[in-house]
Design a binder for this molecule. Structure first.
Ligand code: NDP
Ligand code: MG
Length: 395
């Protein structure tokens, strides 16, 4: 029987993964090793009961009594805290979903790779923060990382059977988010409630806002470079409001292979679950006649500066990805809290990178976990300081 773990089970990707596992036979077909969550104890306990999970872990120490109470009478071991989540990743599983949000997903992913199984990687932040370390760890232990981000799953699928040396360009699509047609003046007043309402995809709060600012696409540019190894000038972003074409590969003979599918993450998750076979996945089938049109337009660099910042990070590499992601997470926290205007998020990230670039440490390769975590910490501190200065200057 195949064994699985889901990190970030209670989130949007976690729920979709749980859905596919249940439809695929649930506990009769899969042995569930670990399920993790954070605040949503009720849902974590329901999932652990449904799958007879060996361990259920919440990131929050204060919620351990609640988790224990919710799982009373079961054989599931309960644990809490970040260290317990990493320890859950030390339990071998054949297939592990990495769907914690943010840099908190890095260490569990690295630890899971040490069993040599398959890591289905939704947590793009780990590739942005520590791409070389993650890829080297997979190679060292003979593990397989499968991309779950829809664009990267699409690139992976379009590359199947192709010679990567024949690839000229890789194009990932962006929906453009809710503010695609907003003027600069309108963008000054964007609220978190507006930013979280994505036109096509149903996702967690943080990635939805990152999609609206195009920081999500910025992370995905870096993710494309780190996972596939293409050079920055080969990787393009095109805005495609329907979110039907997820990525396109242009080859040296001028041909383009595109990957199309509904805006439902269960396609990419199901692909990773069944790989190297193709299995039935219960997503809507595209009706091309009803779609009628697929539109494409260039992204606007003035209103979406995140893409330019990502290009700088792709060129610099080293620990700049760790700094970029950490600063973005802090800026996002402050936008959600109402302390920072929408457009100021990119400024905080840019200023953080500028301040840190005076230190040679940004150039250090992202190959040692302690260097990565140190930069993550430093960038969070620097970004927090920059936000405090920005808030003070407004009063
Ligand atoms: P959600 O916010 O919906 O879920 C996040 C999950 O992580 C939840 O299980 C949450 O627990 C848990 N969590 C939150 N904070 C911590 C922490 N500090 N330590 C451990 N666990 C924590 O996010 P999504 O499912 O939308 O996204 C997950 C990842 O997948 C992200 O990296 C995102 O970029 C990526 N992704 C998501 C897509 C999507 O369609 N949603 C598409 C492509 C990539 P709880 O809810 O119990 O508090
Ligand atoms: Mg994506």
């Amino acid at each position: 029987m195949r064994s699985i773990s889901i990190f970030g089970a209670t989130g949007s990707i976690g729920e979709s993964t749980f859905d596919l596992i249940m439809r695929g036979g649930g506990p009769a077909a899969y042995r569930t090793v670990a399920l993790t969550g954070s605040s949503n104890i009720k849902r974590l306990a329901e999932m652990a009961r449904a799958l007879n999970a060996e361990v259920a872990v919440t990131a929050r120490d204060d919620l351990l009594p609640d988790l224990r109470a919710a799982l009373a009478g079961t054989e599931t071991i309960c644990a809490a805290g970040q260290a317990a989540i990493s320890e859950a990743a030390d339990r071998p599983a054949d297939w592990v979903m990495s769907a914690i949000v943010g840099a908190a997903g890095l260490v569990p992913g690295l630890r899971a790779l040490r069993h040599g199984g398959t890591l289905a990687l939704a947590n793009k932040e780990s590739l942005v923060t520590a791409g070389p370390l993650l890829m080297a760890t997979a190679a060292k232990y003979g593990a397989t990382i499968l991309p779950v981000d829809s664009e990267h799953s699409a690139v992976f699928q379009a590359l199947a059977g192709e010679d990567q040396a024949a690839v000229e360009r890789v194009i990932i699509t962006a929906s453009g988010g809710p503010f695609r047609q907003f003027s600069m003046a309108q963008m000054q007043a964007i609220t978190p409630a507006q930013a979280v309402a994505h036109p096509n995809w149903s996702m967690g709060q943080r990635i939805s806002i990152d999609s609206a600012s195009m920081f999500n696409k910025a992370l995905e540019l870096i993710e494309t470079r780190e996972y596939f190894g293409f050079s920055p000038d080969q990787i393009e972003v095109i805005v495609h409001p329907q979110s039907i074409v997820h990525a396109l590969i242009g080859f040296c003979d001028g041909g383009i292979m595109a990957h199309l599918g509904p805006a439902d993450m269960r396609h990419a998750i199901g692909f990773a679950l069944h790989w190297p076979q193709r299995g039935h996945v219960p997503v809507e089938r595209l009706d091309l006649a009803r779609l009628a049109a697929l539109n494409f337009e260039a992204p606007d660099p003035a209103r979406f500066p995140a893409l330019r910042l990502a290009r700088a990070v792709m060129d610099m590499r080293g620990l700049s990805g760790a700094a970029f992601n950490a600063a973005k997470e802090i800026a996002l926290d402050h936008f959600i809290a109402g302390n920072l205007p929408f457009l100021a998020m990119a400024q905080v990230v840019e200023d953080t990178l500028a301040r840190l670039s005076h230190q040679n440490s940004l150039q250090i390769a992202a190959t040692a976990l302690e260097d990565v975590l140190h930069m993550d910490h430093l960038a969070r501190k620097t970004a927090t300081q920059i936000v405090a200065e920005a808030v003070a200057s407004r009063h």
